[in-house]
Design a protein around this ligand. Structure first.
Ligand SMILES: NC(=O)c1ccc[n+]([C@@H]2O[C@H](COP(=O)([O-])OP(=O)(O)OC[C@H]3O[C@@H](n4cnc5c(N)ncnc54)[C@H](OP(=O)(O)O)[C@@H]3O)[C@@H](O)[C@H]2O)c1
Length: 278
């Protein structure tokens, strides 16, 4: 049995859908049953803040695809529950984690990874570059004002469609022993800039979409004014500043080598989500 956590989210819902379509015995953990993925899988409700619900969800589970907003206490609770319930392998979705990163969520990921290592449980880390799905946050201003504000300068990003992160997780879950102890760096097929994104959106929409440049400090203020929680705006603006400095300019071919299928390019992501921008 495979347990997928965060199964109402971007990666979890697609991983559950793929595993269900492959008729793999799968359980999808959601905190609200009305947000269960449309997938041919068993659904269980549970909350990362309530370990008893996690223990119930873990019963009979051999492999966990661990996806969550990556709050350390919550993911550590899931890992500890997995250990209690005899889970054999954890596939953790993570980012460019580092204990000394200026970005708090990366330090948090490093804490979680360290905890996972100390349990000795076989695991696989899927370290993904930025998700194309983040671009959906730009959709309201693209619709309203024909452009978007960004503070990543000319920084390139090996941006990946979250559906390809999910496809990789599902493939690893199908034969976890072959991937024990491995860390995979997951990216899309191309290094793209926010100018490229504006151009692709302009092509798809048939009108000019402007990339409006700002600094990370000004961007942070604008995000907070737009209603983004302060901590998230701070982390996001730090991450955009790092992108400007080349931090996300990395590509790998690991999605293709694991899944046998090339990851989706930006054009496909935009075509599949065009309704959000119109
Ligand atoms: N975004 C990026 O660019 C990026 C890049 C690299 C790596 N990552 C990593 O990807 C992971 C996030 O994945 P994602 O984008 O798929 O996340 P997501 O779409 O935001 O999904 C998060 C999931 O966690 C669930 N959840 C939140 N709080 C919960 C709780 N207390 N109990 C149970 N479930 C709870 C959410 O449920 P609800 O639907 O009920 O809220 C949702 O299903 C993080 O580890 C992040 O660091 C992200």
């Amino acid at each position: 049995m495979i347990l997928v956590t965060g199964a109402s989210g971007k990666v979890g819902s697609e991983a559950a859908r793929l595993l269900g379509a492959q008729h793999r015995s799968t359980r999808a953990l959601v905190r609200d049953a009305s947000r269960a993925p449309r997938a041919d899988v068993e659904v269980v409700t549970g909350d990362f803040d309530h370990p008893d619900t996690l223990d119930a969800a873990m019963r009979g589970v051999e492999t966990v695809i661990l996806v969550s907003p990556a709050v350390p206490a919550q993911e550590i609770a899931v890992i500890d529950s997995a250990v209690r319930q005899g889970v054999r392998h954890i596939i953790k979705i993570t980012s460019k984690a580092s204990a000394d990163s200026p970005v708090e969520r990366r330090r948090g990921q490093a804490r979680i990874e360290e905890h996972l290592r100390t349990t000795g449980l076989p695991c696989t880390l899927l370290r993904a570059n930025a998700y194309m799905q983040n671009l959906l946050a730009l959709a309201p201003t693209v619709k309203q004002s024909g452009g978007f504000l960004m503070s990543a300068g000319d920084g390139q990003v090996g941006m990946i469609d979250a559906r390809d992160v999910a496809a990789t997780a599902a493939r690893v879950a199908a034969s976890p022993e072959a991937h024990a102890g491995r860390t995979y760096w997951l990216t899309g097929p191309d290094l793209i800039t926010y100018d490229d994104i504006a151009e692709e959106l302009s092509d798809a929409l048939g009108r000019t979409v402007e990339h409006r440049r700002t600094t990370p400090a000004e961007h942070r203020v604008a995000m907070i004014r737009a209603g983004v929680p302060e901590a998230v705006a701070t982390s996001n603006s730090q991450a955009f500043g790092l992108i400007a400095d080349g931090d996300a300019a990395w590509l790998s071919d690991e999605v293709t080598s694991i899944t046998g299928t090339a990851p989706r390019p930006l054009r496909t992501f935009i075509a599949d989500h065009i309704a959000a921008f119109t």
